[in-house]
Design a protein around this ligand. Structure first.
Ligand SMILES: Cc1cc2nc3c(=O)[nH]c(=O)nc-3n(C[C@H](O)[C@H](O)[C@H](O)COP(=O)(O)OP(=O)(O)OC[C@H]3O[C@@H](n4cnc5c(N)ncnc54)[C@H](O)[C@@H]3O)c2cc1C
Length: 452
Protein backbone atom coordinates (compact mmCIF):
# COMPACT_ATOMS: atom_id res chain seq x y z
CA UNK A 1 0.00 0.00 0.00
CA UNK A 2 1.68 3.25 -1.16
CA UNK A 3 0.24 5.91 1.13
CA UNK A 4 1.13 9.55 0.45
CA UNK A 5 0.35 12.21 3.06
CA UNK A 6 0.43 15.89 2.14
CA UNK A 7 1.00 17.94 5.32
CA UNK A 8 2.90 16.78 8.39
CA UNK A 9 0.84 18.46 11.14
CA UNK A 10 -1.05 16.54 13.86
CA UNK A 11 -3.41 14.88 11.35
CA UNK A 12 -0.65 13.96 8.89
CA UNK A 13 2.00 12.70 11.27
CA UNK A 14 -0.49 10.71 13.35
CA UNK A 15 -1.82 9.00 10.21
CA UNK A 16 1.75 8.35 9.02
CA UNK A 17 2.87 6.76 12.29
CA UNK A 18 -0.13 4.42 12.58
CA UNK A 19 -0.24 3.44 8.93
CA UNK A 20 3.51 2.69 8.88
CA UNK A 21 3.16 0.62 12.05
CA UNK A 22 0.38 -1.33 10.34
CA UNK A 23 2.59 -2.04 7.32
CA UNK A 24 1.92 0.75 4.77
CA UNK A 25 4.71 2.28 2.68
CA UNK A 26 4.28 5.87 3.80
CA UNK A 27 5.60 9.14 2.36
CA UNK A 28 4.98 12.43 4.16
CA UNK A 29 5.37 15.67 2.21
CA UNK A 30 5.73 18.80 4.33
CA UNK A 31 6.58 22.28 3.08
CA UNK A 32 7.41 24.03 6.41
CA UNK A 33 8.10 21.93 9.50
CA UNK A 34 7.02 18.52 10.76
CA UNK A 35 4.49 18.98 13.54
CA UNK A 36 2.73 21.58 11.43
CA UNK A 37 1.25 24.93 12.28
CA UNK A 38 0.17 23.38 15.58
CA UNK A 39 3.82 23.29 16.73
CA UNK A 40 5.16 26.29 14.87
CA UNK A 41 2.49 28.96 15.31
CA UNK A 42 -0.65 27.76 17.04
CA UNK A 43 -1.00 25.51 20.09
CA UNK A 44 2.56 25.36 21.36
CA UNK A 45 3.91 28.95 21.11
CA UNK A 46 0.65 30.44 22.37
CA UNK A 47 0.50 28.10 25.36
CA UNK A 48 4.19 28.69 26.12
CA UNK A 49 3.59 32.46 26.25
CA UNK A 50 0.47 31.90 28.32
CA UNK A 51 2.48 29.74 30.76
CA UNK A 52 4.99 32.59 31.21
CA UNK A 53 2.14 35.08 31.68
CA UNK A 54 0.60 32.69 34.22
CA UNK A 55 3.87 32.45 36.17
CA UNK A 56 4.05 36.25 36.18
CA UNK A 57 0.51 36.67 37.48
CA UNK A 58 1.18 33.96 40.07
CA UNK A 59 4.26 35.86 41.22
CA UNK A 60 2.02 38.90 41.76
CA UNK A 61 -0.22 36.79 44.02
CA UNK A 62 2.63 35.25 46.02
CA UNK A 63 1.83 37.24 49.16
CA UNK A 64 -1.35 35.18 49.47
CA UNK A 65 0.79 32.01 49.64
CA UNK A 66 2.83 33.25 52.62
CA UNK A 67 5.79 34.38 50.50
CA UNK A 68 7.50 37.74 50.20
CA UNK A 69 6.07 39.26 47.02
CA UNK A 70 8.79 40.16 44.52
CA UNK A 71 8.26 42.07 41.31
CA UNK A 72 9.11 39.82 38.32
CA UNK A 73 9.37 41.06 34.75
CA UNK A 74 9.48 39.45 31.33
CA UNK A 75 12.85 38.73 29.70
CA UNK A 76 11.70 38.86 26.09
CA UNK A 77 14.80 37.20 24.64
CA UNK A 78 14.64 34.35 27.14
CA UNK A 79 10.95 33.89 26.37
CA UNK A 80 11.60 33.83 22.61
CA UNK A 81 14.35 31.25 22.95
CA UNK A 82 12.22 29.13 25.29
CA UNK A 83 9.48 29.02 22.61
CA UNK A 84 12.11 28.10 19.99
CA UNK A 85 13.53 25.31 22.15
CA UNK A 86 10.15 23.77 22.90
CA UNK A 87 8.93 23.83 19.30
CA UNK A 88 12.29 22.51 18.05
CA UNK A 89 12.20 19.68 20.59
CA UNK A 90 8.68 18.68 19.56
CA UNK A 91 9.53 18.86 15.83
CA UNK A 92 12.56 16.63 16.39
CA UNK A 93 10.36 14.12 18.27
CA UNK A 94 7.96 13.93 15.32
CA UNK A 95 10.79 13.59 12.83
CA UNK A 96 12.48 10.81 14.86
CA UNK A 97 9.21 8.97 15.36
CA UNK A 98 8.43 9.00 11.63
CA UNK A 99 11.95 8.00 10.64
CA UNK A 100 11.97 5.15 13.17
CA UNK A 101 8.78 3.80 11.54
CA UNK A 102 10.44 3.85 8.11
CA UNK A 103 8.36 6.79 6.83
CA UNK A 104 9.91 8.69 3.92
CA UNK A 105 9.89 12.44 4.60
CA UNK A 106 10.11 14.94 1.75
CA UNK A 107 10.42 18.61 2.64
CA UNK A 108 8.66 20.51 -0.13
CA UNK A 109 5.37 21.78 -1.46
CA UNK A 110 3.02 19.25 -3.08
CA UNK A 111 0.17 19.45 -5.56
CA UNK A 112 -1.91 16.79 -7.26
CA UNK A 113 -1.20 15.97 -10.91
CA UNK A 114 -3.73 13.15 -11.29
CA UNK A 115 -5.97 10.77 -9.30
CA UNK A 116 -2.91 8.74 -8.22
CA UNK A 117 -0.01 11.20 -8.38
CA UNK A 118 1.45 14.27 -6.71
CA UNK A 119 4.23 16.61 -7.77
CA UNK A 120 6.69 17.85 -5.15
CA UNK A 121 9.17 20.66 -5.42
CA UNK A 122 11.61 19.28 -2.89
CA UNK A 123 15.19 20.10 -1.88
CA UNK A 124 16.48 17.59 -4.47
CA UNK A 125 14.44 19.13 -7.26
CA UNK A 126 11.01 18.27 -8.64
CA UNK A 127 9.65 14.75 -8.14
CA UNK A 128 6.52 12.90 -9.25
CA UNK A 129 5.17 10.42 -6.67
CA UNK A 130 2.57 7.76 -7.40
CA UNK A 131 0.19 6.55 -4.68
CA UNK A 132 -2.57 4.01 -4.04
CA UNK A 133 -4.05 6.11 -1.27
CA UNK A 134 -3.51 9.72 -0.23
CA UNK A 135 -4.36 11.94 2.71
CA UNK A 136 -4.78 15.72 2.44
CA UNK A 137 -3.86 17.19 5.83
CA UNK A 138 -2.61 20.62 4.84
CA UNK A 139 -4.22 22.57 7.71
CA UNK A 140 -5.30 26.18 7.65
CA UNK A 141 -3.94 29.72 8.00
CA UNK A 142 -5.29 32.91 9.60
CA UNK A 143 -8.17 34.59 7.76
CA UNK A 144 -7.29 38.11 6.64
CA UNK A 145 -10.29 40.29 5.75
CA UNK A 146 -10.12 42.68 2.80
CA UNK A 147 -10.24 45.73 5.13
CA UNK A 148 -6.99 44.82 6.86
CA UNK A 149 -3.38 44.69 5.68
CA UNK A 150 -1.22 43.03 8.37
CA UNK A 151 2.34 44.43 8.33
CA UNK A 152 3.92 41.92 10.73
CA UNK A 153 5.16 44.84 12.83
CA UNK A 154 2.18 46.52 14.52
CA UNK A 155 -0.81 45.05 12.66
CA UNK A 156 -0.47 41.36 13.36
CA UNK A 157 -1.98 37.98 12.61
CA UNK A 158 -1.67 35.38 15.37
CA UNK A 159 1.38 34.01 13.52
CA UNK A 160 3.26 37.33 13.77
CA UNK A 161 3.23 37.15 17.58
CA UNK A 162 6.05 34.57 17.83
CA UNK A 163 8.83 34.75 18.59
CA UNK A 164 7.82 37.89 20.50
CA UNK A 165 9.93 40.94 19.64
CA UNK A 166 8.31 43.23 22.22
CA UNK A 167 5.53 43.03 24.75
CA UNK A 168 3.11 45.60 23.26
CA UNK A 169 2.43 48.60 25.45
CA UNK A 170 -1.19 48.33 24.34
CA UNK A 171 -2.91 45.96 21.95
CA UNK A 172 -6.37 45.68 20.38
CA UNK A 173 -7.52 42.11 19.85
CA UNK A 174 -10.07 41.70 17.07
CA UNK A 175 -12.22 38.60 17.49
CA UNK A 176 -13.69 37.22 20.71
CA UNK A 177 -13.72 33.50 19.94
CA UNK A 178 -11.38 31.01 21.59
CA UNK A 179 -8.20 32.34 19.95
CA UNK A 180 -9.14 35.98 20.61
CA UNK A 181 -9.78 35.50 24.32
CA UNK A 182 -6.58 33.48 24.70
CA UNK A 183 -4.63 36.37 23.14
CA UNK A 184 -6.37 38.84 25.47
CA UNK A 185 -5.33 36.75 28.44
CA UNK A 186 -1.81 36.20 27.09
CA UNK A 187 -1.01 39.88 26.49
CA UNK A 188 -2.79 41.16 29.58
CA UNK A 189 -0.91 38.74 31.86
CA UNK A 190 2.39 39.77 30.18
CA UNK A 191 1.64 43.40 31.02
CA UNK A 192 -0.01 44.93 27.90
CA UNK A 193 -3.09 47.16 28.12
CA UNK A 194 -5.67 45.22 26.13
CA UNK A 195 -8.88 46.17 24.32
CA UNK A 196 -11.07 43.39 22.95
CA UNK A 197 -13.41 44.09 20.05
CA UNK A 198 -16.47 41.87 20.58
CA UNK A 199 -18.88 41.81 17.66
CA UNK A 200 -21.74 40.48 19.86
CA UNK A 201 -22.80 41.20 23.44
CA UNK A 202 -20.84 38.34 25.05
CA UNK A 203 -17.42 36.84 24.38
CA UNK A 204 -17.09 33.22 23.24
CA UNK A 205 -20.11 32.83 20.95
CA UNK A 206 -21.40 29.26 21.07
CA UNK A 207 -20.05 28.56 24.55
CA UNK A 208 -21.99 28.28 27.83
CA UNK A 209 -23.11 31.86 28.65
CA UNK A 210 -22.36 31.37 32.36
CA UNK A 211 -18.79 30.37 31.50
CA UNK A 212 -18.37 33.34 29.16
CA UNK A 213 -19.65 35.69 31.88
CA UNK A 214 -17.02 34.43 34.37
CA UNK A 215 -14.31 35.13 31.81
CA UNK A 216 -15.64 38.62 31.06
CA UNK A 217 -15.69 39.43 34.79
CA UNK A 218 -12.07 38.37 35.05
CA UNK A 219 -11.09 40.48 32.03
CA UNK A 220 -12.80 43.54 33.50
CA UNK A 221 -11.14 42.95 36.90
CA UNK A 222 -7.77 42.95 35.12
CA UNK A 223 -8.51 46.21 33.33
CA UNK A 224 -9.23 44.77 29.88
CA UNK A 225 -11.53 47.08 27.91
CA UNK A 226 -14.40 45.35 26.12
CA UNK A 227 -15.79 47.10 23.03
CA UNK A 228 -19.09 45.24 22.68
CA UNK A 229 -21.42 45.07 19.71
CA UNK A 230 -18.62 46.47 17.56
CA UNK A 231 -17.60 44.98 14.23
CA UNK A 232 -14.12 46.15 13.17
CA UNK A 233 -14.15 47.43 9.61
CA UNK A 234 -10.85 49.31 9.17
CA UNK A 235 -7.33 49.20 10.59
CA UNK A 236 -4.55 51.64 9.76
CA UNK A 237 -1.37 53.15 11.21
CA UNK A 238 -1.41 56.84 12.23
CA UNK A 239 1.47 59.30 11.79
CA UNK A 240 2.99 58.18 15.13
CA UNK A 241 3.02 54.57 14.01
CA UNK A 242 0.19 53.59 16.34
CA UNK A 243 -2.69 51.42 15.18
CA UNK A 244 -6.19 52.80 14.77
CA UNK A 245 -9.07 50.33 14.66
CA UNK A 246 -12.47 51.65 13.51
CA UNK A 247 -15.71 49.79 14.08
CA UNK A 248 -18.88 49.88 11.97
CA UNK A 249 -20.69 52.07 14.56
CA UNK A 250 -18.02 54.78 14.35
CA UNK A 251 -16.07 53.90 17.49
CA UNK A 252 -12.27 54.19 17.33
CA UNK A 253 -9.59 52.40 19.39
CA UNK A 254 -5.92 53.48 19.38
CA UNK A 255 -3.17 51.14 20.54
CA UNK A 256 0.48 50.43 19.79
CA UNK A 257 -0.46 47.07 18.23
CA UNK A 258 -3.48 45.11 16.98
CA UNK A 259 -3.90 41.39 16.38
CA UNK A 260 -6.48 39.68 14.18
CA UNK A 261 -8.12 36.54 15.56
CA UNK A 262 -11.12 36.14 13.29
CA UNK A 263 -10.81 32.55 12.16
CA UNK A 264 -8.94 30.67 9.48
CA UNK A 265 -9.07 29.51 5.87
CA UNK A 266 -8.08 26.04 4.63
CA UNK A 267 -4.79 25.45 2.79
CA UNK A 268 -6.33 23.86 -0.28
CA UNK A 269 -5.97 26.57 -2.93
CA UNK A 270 -2.48 25.51 -4.11
CA UNK A 271 -3.15 21.75 -4.15
CA UNK A 272 -4.87 21.43 -7.54
CA UNK A 273 -7.48 19.13 -6.01
CA UNK A 274 -9.33 19.08 -9.34
CA UNK A 275 -6.47 17.09 -10.90
CA UNK A 276 -7.25 14.31 -8.43
CA UNK A 277 -11.00 14.75 -8.83
CA UNK A 278 -11.40 15.85 -5.18
CA UNK A 279 -14.23 18.33 -4.59
CA UNK A 280 -13.93 21.15 -2.05
CA UNK A 281 -16.82 23.29 -0.85
CA UNK A 282 -17.22 27.03 -1.54
CA UNK A 283 -14.99 27.89 1.43
CA UNK A 284 -12.21 25.56 0.23
CA UNK A 285 -12.85 22.90 2.90
CA UNK A 286 -12.95 19.26 1.79
CA UNK A 287 -16.17 17.44 2.75
CA UNK A 288 -15.57 13.97 4.24
CA UNK A 289 -17.65 11.03 5.46
CA UNK A 290 -17.34 9.42 8.90
CA UNK A 291 -14.17 7.58 7.78
CA UNK A 292 -12.61 10.90 6.59
CA UNK A 293 -13.01 9.74 2.96
CA UNK A 294 -13.51 12.50 0.37
CA UNK A 295 -15.66 12.13 -2.75
CA UNK A 296 -12.76 10.02 -4.10
CA UNK A 297 -12.79 6.65 -2.28
CA UNK A 298 -8.96 6.41 -2.18
CA UNK A 299 -8.34 10.00 -1.01
CA UNK A 300 -8.87 11.12 2.57
CA UNK A 301 -8.88 14.55 4.26
CA UNK A 302 -8.22 15.16 7.94
CA UNK A 303 -7.52 18.05 10.29
CA UNK A 304 -8.49 21.66 9.68
CA UNK A 305 -8.97 21.15 5.91
CA UNK A 306 -11.89 18.84 6.63
CA UNK A 307 -13.91 21.72 8.09
CA UNK A 308 -14.74 19.74 11.24
CA UNK A 309 -13.63 20.95 14.68
CA UNK A 310 -10.40 22.96 14.21
CA UNK A 311 -8.51 21.36 17.09
CA UNK A 312 -5.16 19.65 17.11
CA UNK A 313 -6.59 16.83 19.24
CA UNK A 314 -9.36 16.21 16.70
CA UNK A 315 -6.87 16.35 13.79
CA UNK A 316 -4.70 13.70 15.48
CA UNK A 317 -7.64 11.41 16.12
CA UNK A 318 -8.84 11.81 12.54
CA UNK A 319 -5.33 10.89 11.37
CA UNK A 320 -5.42 7.74 13.46
CA UNK A 321 -8.86 6.79 12.11
CA UNK A 322 -7.64 7.37 8.54
CA UNK A 323 -4.72 4.99 9.11
CA UNK A 324 -7.08 2.33 10.51
CA UNK A 325 -9.38 2.69 7.51
CA UNK A 326 -6.57 2.73 4.94
CA UNK A 327 -5.21 -0.50 6.41
CA UNK A 328 -8.63 -2.15 6.65
CA UNK A 329 -8.74 -2.24 10.46
CA UNK A 330 -12.16 -0.59 10.58
CA UNK A 331 -13.75 -3.93 9.67
CA UNK A 332 -12.33 -5.52 12.84
CA UNK A 333 -12.69 -2.89 15.52
CA UNK A 334 -13.59 0.70 14.82
CA UNK A 335 -15.38 3.41 16.73
CA UNK A 336 -16.58 6.32 14.62
CA UNK A 337 -15.28 9.70 15.62
CA UNK A 338 -18.06 11.56 17.42
CA UNK A 339 -17.19 15.25 17.09
CA UNK A 340 -19.91 16.13 19.62
CA UNK A 341 -17.87 14.35 22.28
CA UNK A 342 -14.60 16.23 21.71
CA UNK A 343 -13.25 17.94 24.81
CA UNK A 344 -11.86 21.43 24.31
CA UNK A 345 -10.15 23.98 26.48
CA UNK A 346 -9.53 27.70 26.54
CA UNK A 347 -6.24 28.57 28.18
CA UNK A 348 -7.31 31.75 29.92
CA UNK A 349 -7.26 32.53 33.62
CA UNK A 350 -9.41 31.00 34.94
CA UNK A 351 -9.00 28.11 32.50
CA UNK A 352 -12.15 26.90 30.75
CA UNK A 353 -12.93 23.42 29.42
CA UNK A 354 -16.01 21.64 28.20
CA UNK A 355 -17.17 18.43 26.60
CA UNK A 356 -20.36 16.89 25.24
CA UNK A 357 -23.84 18.31 25.56
CA UNK A 358 -24.10 21.98 26.55
CA UNK A 359 -26.91 23.17 28.81
CA UNK A 360 -28.13 25.69 26.22
CA UNK A 361 -28.29 23.03 23.48
CA UNK A 362 -30.34 20.74 25.71
CA UNK A 363 -32.80 23.55 26.47
CA UNK A 364 -32.98 24.46 22.77
CA UNK A 365 -34.00 20.92 21.83
CA UNK A 366 -36.24 20.44 24.87
CA UNK A 367 -34.19 17.50 26.11
CA UNK A 368 -34.65 16.76 29.82
CA UNK A 369 -31.35 17.05 31.67
CA UNK A 370 -30.05 17.22 35.23
CA UNK A 371 -27.50 19.98 35.84
CA UNK A 372 -25.33 19.95 38.94
CA UNK A 373 -22.80 22.64 39.74
CA UNK A 374 -20.20 22.79 42.50
CA UNK A 375 -17.84 25.73 43.08
CA UNK A 376 -14.17 24.92 43.62
CA UNK A 377 -14.33 27.12 46.73
CA UNK A 378 -15.90 24.13 48.52
CA UNK A 379 -12.68 22.09 48.16
CA UNK A 380 -9.72 22.21 50.51
CA UNK A 381 -7.30 22.21 47.55
CA UNK A 382 -8.68 25.46 46.14
CA UNK A 383 -8.05 27.13 49.50
CA UNK A 384 -4.55 25.63 49.68
CA UNK A 385 -3.90 26.95 46.15
CA UNK A 386 -5.24 30.36 47.22
CA UNK A 387 -7.43 30.22 44.12
CA UNK A 388 -11.11 29.47 44.82
CA UNK A 389 -12.33 30.74 41.42
CA UNK A 390 -14.60 28.69 39.18
CA UNK A 391 -16.83 25.66 39.25
CA UNK A 392 -17.58 22.21 37.85
CA UNK A 393 -20.85 21.63 36.05
CA UNK A 394 -22.03 18.15 35.07
CA UNK A 395 -24.95 17.48 32.75
CA UNK A 396 -26.57 14.07 32.99
CA UNK A 397 -29.67 12.18 31.97
CA UNK A 398 -32.14 12.37 34.89
CA UNK A 399 -33.61 8.95 34.10
CA UNK A 400 -30.46 6.89 33.62
CA UNK A 401 -27.76 8.99 35.30
CA UNK A 402 -25.68 8.82 32.10
CA UNK A 403 -23.12 11.62 31.88
CA UNK A 404 -23.92 13.73 28.79
CA UNK A 405 -21.49 16.62 29.17
CA UNK A 406 -19.95 19.17 31.44
CA UNK A 407 -17.93 22.32 31.76
CA UNK A 408 -15.22 23.38 34.15
CA UNK A 409 -13.97 26.86 34.90
CA UNK A 410 -10.93 27.19 37.11
CA UNK A 411 -7.36 26.13 37.62
CA UNK A 412 -6.35 22.95 35.71
CA UNK A 413 -9.75 22.81 33.96
CA UNK A 414 -8.04 21.48 30.79
CA UNK A 415 -6.70 18.48 32.76
CA UNK A 416 -9.78 17.88 34.93
CA UNK A 417 -12.19 17.78 31.98
CA UNK A 418 -10.61 14.41 31.01
CA UNK A 419 -12.69 12.68 33.69
CA UNK A 420 -15.97 13.98 32.23
CA UNK A 421 -14.70 13.35 28.66
CA UNK A 422 -14.01 9.71 29.51
CA UNK A 423 -17.43 9.40 31.15
CA UNK A 424 -19.13 10.89 28.06
CA UNK A 425 -17.19 8.68 25.60
CA UNK A 426 -17.61 5.47 27.61
CA UNK A 427 -21.29 6.17 28.42
CA UNK A 428 -20.59 6.13 32.17
CA UNK A 429 -23.10 7.23 34.77
CA UNK A 430 -22.69 9.91 37.43
CA UNK A 431 -22.52 7.13 40.04
CA UNK A 432 -19.35 5.81 38.32
CA UNK A 433 -17.66 9.13 39.08
CA UNK A 434 -19.07 9.33 42.61
CA UNK A 435 -17.83 5.82 43.44
CA UNK A 436 -14.31 6.36 42.04
CA UNK A 437 -11.82 6.61 44.88
CA UNK A 438 -10.29 9.99 44.06
CA UNK A 439 -7.39 11.83 45.68
CA UNK A 440 -7.69 14.16 48.67
CA UNK A 441 -6.99 17.04 48.81
CA UNK A 442 -7.55 17.62 45.08
CA UNK A 443 -9.64 19.82 42.81
CA UNK A 444 -11.16 16.62 41.38
CA UNK A 445 -13.21 16.36 44.60
CA UNK A 446 -15.45 19.05 43.11
CA UNK A 447 -16.06 16.66 40.19
CA UNK A 448 -17.19 13.88 42.50
CA UNK A 449 -19.43 16.29 44.38
CA UNK A 450 -20.97 17.61 41.16
CA UNK A 451 -21.70 14.03 40.15
CA UNK A 452 -23.60 13.35 43.43
C1 LIG B 1 -3.41 30.62 17.83
C2 LIG B 1 -3.93 29.22 17.79
C3 LIG B 1 -3.84 28.42 18.92
C4 LIG B 1 -4.32 27.11 18.90
N1 LIG B 1 -4.26 26.36 20.04
C5 LIG B 1 -4.77 25.11 20.05
C6 LIG B 1 -4.74 24.32 21.25
O1 LIG B 1 -4.27 24.77 22.30
N2 LIG B 1 -5.24 23.07 21.20
C7 LIG B 1 -5.78 22.53 20.06
O2 LIG B 1 -6.22 21.37 20.09
N3 LIG B 1 -5.82 23.25 18.90
C8 LIG B 1 -5.33 24.52 18.88
N4 LIG B 1 -5.37 25.26 17.72
C9 LIG B 1 -5.86 24.62 16.48
C10 LIG B 1 -4.77 23.73 15.89
O3 LIG B 1 -3.57 24.47 15.72
C11 LIG B 1 -5.20 23.16 14.54
O4 LIG B 1 -6.49 22.61 14.67
C12 LIG B 1 -4.22 22.08 14.09
O5 LIG B 1 -2.96 22.63 13.82
C13 LIG B 1 -4.73 21.36 12.84
O6 LIG B 1 -3.83 20.37 12.48
P1 LIG B 1 -3.65 19.96 10.95
O7 LIG B 1 -2.85 18.70 10.95
O8 LIG B 1 -4.95 19.97 10.26
O9 LIG B 1 -2.85 21.16 10.29
P2 LIG B 1 -1.50 21.96 10.58
O10 LIG B 1 -1.03 21.83 11.98
O11 LIG B 1 -1.80 23.31 10.05
O12 LIG B 1 -0.45 21.23 9.63
C14 LIG B 1 -0.62 21.24 8.23
C15 LIG B 1 0.73 21.15 7.58
O13 LIG B 1 0.55 21.02 6.17
C16 LIG B 1 1.60 21.71 5.51
N5 LIG B 1 1.21 22.03 4.14
C17 LIG B 1 0.23 22.85 3.72
N6 LIG B 1 0.15 22.84 2.35
C18 LIG B 1 1.11 22.01 1.93
C19 LIG B 1 1.53 21.58 0.64
N7 LIG B 1 0.93 21.99 -0.47
N8 LIG B 1 2.55 20.69 0.56
C20 LIG B 1 3.18 20.24 1.67
N9 LIG B 1 2.82 20.62 2.92
C21 LIG B 1 1.78 21.48 3.05
C22 LIG B 1 1.79 22.95 6.36
O14 LIG B 1 3.10 23.48 6.19
C23 LIG B 1 1.58 22.40 7.78
O15 LIG B 1 2.80 22.05 8.39
C24 LIG B 1 -4.91 26.58 17.72
C25 LIG B 1 -5.01 27.39 16.56
C26 LIG B 1 -4.54 28.70 16.61
C27 LIG B 1 -4.68 29.55 15.37
Amino acid sequence: MRFVIVGGGPAGHQAATYAARLGAKVTVIERDVLGGAAHLWDCIPSKTMIATGGALSFSRRMAGMGLDATESSVDIEALASRIGEITHHLQRNVSELLTSQGVRIIMGSARFTGPHSVHVDGPDGPEQIEFDTALVSTGSRPRIPEWCQPDGDRILTTRDCYPPKVIPESITVIGSGVTGVEFVHMFSSLGSKVTLVVSRQLVLPGKDAEVAAVLEDDFLRRGVKLLKGARAEAIERDDDGNVVVRSDDGRVVRSTHAVLAIGSVPNTDALDLAAAGVIADAGGYIPINHHCVTNQPHIYAAGDVSGKLPLSSVASMQGRKVAEHVMGLHTIEHRHLDYDKAASAIFTEPEIADVGLAEADAFATGRKIRVTKVPFATTAKALINDDPRGFVKIISDPATGQVLGGSIVGRHAAELISVIALAVTANLRVSDIVESLLVHPALSEALAEAAE
